[in-house]
Design a protein around this ligand. Sequence first.
Ligand code: AMP
Length: 287
Amino acid sequence: MRIAIPNKGRLSEESLKLFEKAGLRAQFRADRALVARLGSHFQAIFVRAQDIPEFVADGAAEFGITGADLVQENARPEVEELLDLGFGQCRLIVAVRDESPVQSPAELPEGTRVATSFPGLAKRYFASLGTAIRVVPVSGAAEIAPHLGVADVIVDLTSTGSTLRVNGLREVGTILDSSARLVANTKALEVDDARRVASDLTTALESVLRARRKRYLMSNVPRDRLDEVRRVLPGISGPTIVDVLDQGRWVAAHAVVDEDELYDTIARLKALGAEGILVTRIERLLP
Ligand code: AMP
């Protein structure tokens, strides 16, 4: 089966890294090849992120990775989202010139000229506000359009907002929160075999994503403090307790801990007399 992957740009490298961590490494026959083997089950085809919804809708690839913004812009019923991959986070926003008095998209009048490479999403958004707009189609650098007088506002992607600020624009509303998605051809998923492949693929990728912000914590703790240790180390279904061969005074407690909770967890374990604390990364996590 084929998976369409962005050939360059923001989503490309992260996509390949994610597949590699999930045990599906891309093997290229030559430099600049546009197809590669992906593990032993898939063929990767490398195309522009913008074209991936179309390729998946047409069945040229059963699966694809691309931005939610592009999936929704195309709005093809043949394309189904399977998984939010978390990277490539950005927002599709409405921005006006700094000096504009407008504070929200709802204040924009009928016939507002909107420079965007997302005409579908822009029209649908303003239609939901009851405003018919005029789209000024651009394929990039929309930020300049309001200053040239060819548009009143822009609808564009941003992550930090710094490009907007540098170009004298101000955000007045968010249309969509986007990130990279694993998508599939709906028709292809009707076949049992493909549904099983989709489920295995989703499970594999999800296991990598789930492990990202988790750590495996191991520690020796006094046996007589075990009840308190259980309260500090919830783990997935309680900590794993292993005997230490020292006549029974110590046990080893192992648990998966949220990265954000690590600092407090270690401090609390130390207070209970824990020793030999070891923290490692987790490659994959399947509950
Ligand atoms: P590319 O133009 O190939 O770099 O990829 C564009 C896709 O990357 C967009 O459709 C978004 O899904 C995603 N993306 C993530 N952050 C940004 C950003 N700051 N600006 C534009 N696209 C972004």
